[in-house]
Ligand binder design. Structure first.
Ligand SMILES: *Cc1c(COP(=O)(O)O)cnc(C)c1O
Length: 397
């Protein structure tokens, strides 16, 4: 595979444009440096992705100027007739994408989406449970049972959580922040039909702007909307909501399902290439877009590994592993994800090369010359998969 999965045909260059370059060269130069960094590096952070030019344009639009507290048709400000239509499109597309009764597209982030759910369904002192342990549910009778992970590489059995919730009269919530894109295409199970409430980010596998989304059954719609505004947030970010609508439309296209299948195929190929080079993959492989490498058998910590890879322009994050023996600031593992490199157009063939580069960098930890050599080879690979068109004369990091 070598065709990028995003279409650049109507796009000449990324911001900054002439206005920013002329009025604030300091920020303009830094944006250009970040565009260059993203283009040159190998982005393997499982929660990151690259948005399309259409998403970027919606985010950078004058919709940011509009106050629109409330919901479409029920606002506290005048002049909302246009943004009402924007937000309604985002809501309708989100509902269609996941088969949801109700959608609130206003959360500024995954964290505020979760905060709003807690405000909507829990009272101070209420119990909630975040582990799949039936005995604990029977003992503590929680009001809310939550399933949701950011470093779990296998399929979640929603039916078991649902049964535990029903047994004790709890609501069942899923935080699908990481795998929402995969769930929207059926490449990974969609929790929306099974759960009472589902929260997510829109910027991870869903490949939209940085933000959040809440989907729920009709019975919880009013409580969720009220908890979002005025409960936890003020005015919605209508420019970001427009960008969410664009991303949802993209996710409804057949090409996005192909993308999601490729993300998983790449994660499986990369995990297996790492394993054949002697690295220990937690749970032996993956069913989704990410996996964990337990570094203990090679005498490395997550912190040292992250640092070595950074020096080679390979970006991952350190992560705790099962039966962790280090502090969360050190850890014994790294988390590796394929959503971003798949968006660039890399396929299974490139995963062997990526595994080789990671392997070389990890074995060269602490050796600046060897890491610089790996960095050179990383650039050779990434330059064959161009990302955003880099403005002429951009300062590179
Ligand atoms: C990323 C993530 C969040 C937080 O999202 P933000 O937009 O950074 O607030 C919440 N829950 C899970 C499971 C996540 O993976």
């Amino acid at each position: 595979m070598s065709e990028p999965l995003l279409s650049w045909s109507h796009w000449d260059r990324c911001p900054p444009g002439a206005a920013l370059a002329a009025t604030d060269p300091e920020i303009a130069t830094l944006i250009e440096a970040e565009i260059a960094r993203q283009g040159e590096g190998l982005e393997l952070i499982a929660s990151e992705n690259f948005v399309s030019p259409a998403v970027l344009e919606a985010m950078g639009s004058p919709l940011t100027n509009k106050y629109a507290e409330g919901l479409p048709g029920k606002r506290y400000y005048g002049g909302c007739e246009v943004v009402d239509k924007v937000e309604q499109l985002a809501i309708d597309r989100a509902k269609q994408l996941f088969g949801a009764d109700h959608a609130n597209v206003q959360p500024h982030s995954g964290a505020t989406a979760n905060a709003a759910v807690f405000l909507a369904v829990l009272k101070p002192g209420d119990t909630f449970l975040g582990l799949d342990m039936r005995a604990l549910a029977r003992e503590h009778k929680p009001k809310l049972i939550i399933a949701g992970y950011s470093a779990y590489s296998r399929v979640i059995d929603y039916a078991q959580f649902r049964a535990a919730a029903d047994e004790v009269g709890a609501l069942f919530m899923v935080d699908m922040a990481h795998f929402a894109g995969l769930a929207s295409t059926g490449v990974y199970p969609n929790p929306v039909p099974v759960a009472d409430i589902v929260t997510t980010t829109t910027h991870k596998t869903l490949r939209g702007p940085r933000g959040g989304l809440i989907l729920c059954k009709a019975a919880h719609a009013k409580a969720i909307d009220k908890a979002m505004f005025p409960g936890t947030q003020g005015g919605p970010l209508e420019h970001v909501i427009a960008a969410k609508a664009v991303a949802f439309r993209e996710a409804l296209q057949p090409a996005f399902a192909d993308y999601c299948k490729q993300v998983v195929a790449n994660a499986q190929a990369l995990a297996s290439a790492m394993a054949s080079r002697g690295w220990h993959i937690v749970s032996g492989g993956t069913d989704n877009h990410l996996f964990l490498v337990d570094l203990r058998s090679q005498g490395l910590t997550g912190k040292v590994a992250e640092h070595a890879l950074d020096a080679a322009a390979i970006t991952v994050n350190k992560n705790t592993v099962p039966r962790e023996t280090q502090s969360p600031f050190i850890t014994s593992g790294i988390r590796i994800g394929t959503p971003a490199i798949t968006t660039r157009g890399m396929g299974v063939a490139e995963m062997a090369r990526v595994a080789e580069l990671i392997d070389r960098a990890l074995r060269a930890a602490g050796d600046a010359d060897q890491l610089a050599a790996v960095r050179h080879d990383v650039r050779a690979l990434t330059s064959a998969f161009p990302l955003y068109p880099v403005p002429a004369g951009a300062v590179t990091a």
